[in-house]
Design a protein. Structure first.
Length: 397
């Protein structure tokens, strides 16, 4: 929320700077046009004076030209051959050229003007020291304004980028924490149940399950915990690519869910169909099983309390270059507003869902295995389609 407020504030600031910059530039253009108009009038009056054969208008025209030059705002200091200021125009201070103190002050100002513009020597006049029009003085600030604006934009962009990265990292950590709790909850709950059975008197316990069955089920849950540990150990690493039989992965998942679906909702049915002679894919069986499990769990969560059917099929595609796995449920489907972001962390079809499983499945399928996962458009329910490249000799690690 705070990052959004900062982003909004910076956007408004940039907009204000842009508007001000456009206004400032327009003012400079208007000032330049005004200077051009003044120079045009000076040219016209000079031409008028030179065209008058009687020269009766020369003095008046010269005074008018002096007024026009003064309106331009260009500071000018005339220094005679003796090095004394003889005339001055548009000084930033009031000076009496008959006062020796003011003369020294005007000469010092002329030296300052010389740092920007070299003086012009004219015969019969002396040296002409001049400055720049006001529009040029204002233009001097433009590069500094641009540089300052660019620095602010770069700093703001860096801050927003770092904030975004930090927020994404925090979201990833939160996602992993939720997924770890989700993964551990089932075997831990099962182990807790078996512990309660072991605490029962022998005669009562024997009516529920014999010791051999309890030990076997505990081994299954321990193996499950070990598998969860292996899954998280592979996150962030480049897994070793090996030959994976998608049929075996899906059958193991079917066996796993067949014992647990009745406990969650008896009316949910899972149907797995594997095409014959399905080519092996290049990947990691632990991660692929995790991805498929999350997709199936997503369907189970949606169907919980209402019942339904989950159909999983695997077949060869793209002339044998890939394997396509379809996960179809007959639930309420994916709302239109969620279709574009269904694979993003925090997005879930289930009210109150964490939105972890599908985002993790996409990461495993696309980022780790170079495959694809997309949302289909069935007539009813929701369909997720996974594509994985088949194994080739050069892909073996």
């Amino acid at each position: 929320m705070k990052a959004r407020l900062w982003a909004t504030g910076l956007s408004l600031l940039f907009g204000a700077v842009l508007v001000w910059y456009l206004y400032y530039t327009q003012q400079l253009v208007s000032a330049a046009n005004a200077d051009a108009a003044a120079l045009t009038r000076i040219y016209a009056r000079t031409y008028q004076s030179l065209s008058d054969p009687t020269r009766e208008t020369s003095v008046a025209v010269l005074f008018d030209m002096l007024d026009e030059i003064e309106q331009l705002g260009i500071p000018v200091v005339l220094v005679d051959a003796d090095g004394q200021p003889s005339a001055a125009l548009n000084l930033p201070f009031v000076a009496d050229l008959n006062d020796p103190a003011d003369q020294r002050r005007v000469l010092a100002y002329a030296e300052m003007l010389d740092r920007r513009n070299a003086p012009i020597a004219e015969a019969g006049i002396g040296e002409i020291h001049f400055g720049a029009p006001s529009v040029v003085e204002r233009l001097r600030w433009v590069p500094f304004i641009q540089a300052a604006t660019l620095i602010v934009i770069v700093l703001a962009a860096v801050w927003i980028f770092r904030s975004t990265v930090r927020a994404e990292q925090e979201r990833v950590w939160a996602t992993m924490a939720r997924e770890s709790a989700h993964q551990l909850s089932t075997p831990l709950s099962s182990l807790a149940g078996w512990v309660e059975i072991l605490r029962m008197p022998y005669r009562e316990r024997s009516d529920v399950a014999d010791d051999e069955k309890v030990a076997r089920e505990i081994e299954v849950d321990v193996e499950r915990l070990n598998k969860v540990a292996q899954r998280f150990e592979l996150i962030g690493r480049r897994p070793r690519v090996q030959t994976v039989d998608i049929g075996d992965v899906l059958r193991r998942l079917a066996d796993y869910f067949s014992l647990r679906l009745p406990r969650m909702e008896r009316s949910i049915k899972l149907d797995v169909q594997i095409a014959p002679e399905l080519p092996p894919v290049a990947g990691n069986p632990v991660l692929l099983e995790w991805a498929f499990e999350n997709i199936i769990k997503n369907a189970v969560d949606v169907l919980a309390g209402r019942g339904g059917r989950i159909q999983v099929s695997a077949e060869s595609a793209e002339a044998g270059r890939s394997v396509r796995i379809r996960f179809l449920d007959d639930g309420p489907g994916v709302p239109h507003e969620l279709r574009k972001k269904i694979f993003e962390p925090g997005t879930s079809r289930k009210a109150g869902g964490w939105g972890v499983g599908l985002s993790l499945a996409r990461r495993i399928v696309e980022d780790t295995h170079g495959g694809s996962i997309q949302l289909g458009r069935p007539r009813a329910g929701a369909e997720f389609i996974v594509g994985l490249p088949v194994m080739s000799p050069e892909r073996v690690a």
